[in-house]
Design a protein around this ligand. Sequence first.
Ligand SMILES: [Ca+2]
Length: 255
Amino acid sequence: MAAERLWQTSIVFITVFGVGSSTSASLPETYYEFEGRKDTGRATHASNGACPQTSYFFPNILTTTNYIRVTTPIPDLLEFTVCGIFKRFTNEVDWWVSYATMPGTTNYDNEFMIKHDSNQLEIAMNMKWAAEDPKLSANKEYHICVTSFSSTGTSYIFLDGILRDIAHTKSGTVNGGGVFILGQDQDIIGGGFVANQSFQGTMRNFMLWRRAPEPEEILKMYQNQCFCPQDYLFTLERKNIEIFGGVAALWPPKC
Ligand SMILES: [Ca+2]
């Protein structure tokens, strides 16, 4: 409720002072108003270090065998962000990101998930789903970042560098010790895949940070794929992953 009142307040503020984004008039430019954060201009994580370039091709076939498993150990995630450049090959349902700890034997849901059904992007956090804009077309690349806060269970969806929607899921720490799988939905940790819950498309420069980047950083990543904040927890560089089935690395040029 408090967050909703803040939301209303910020809309009025934006209306009165005319500083809203031109692409999403009802949204603020960032998460500061909602998460009680101050805009400290702390976009200081940028460095001249080149961003590792990664690119993977998931064949256009429904199968349980094509996926990437991240081997980097995952700590508790209180505030975190994933970004990547995604292209879907079809308008079918795509399961992009699955993070599972599977605390119970009867719980098939994931601690964190990003999928795209036929009409919209869907985010899950602490096993609760929220369906949000935008709908992404097939055969077109989109730069997507999702920044999630465990304290409020809120996820901020950035599309092509701009905040596009806010997903209200469930608060609580996303527990460490689980497994990130790209391209399948986990029903048991590291497995339990179903063929029609998979991804067909390309995924480039997917990575995760344990913080909320400044909006300027997200915009800059969209504008310049050679840039990324260097304090990431993992990228999909070969040393951090295992590749299964017919997933192919496309070896992008170095920056
Ligand atoms: Ca499943």
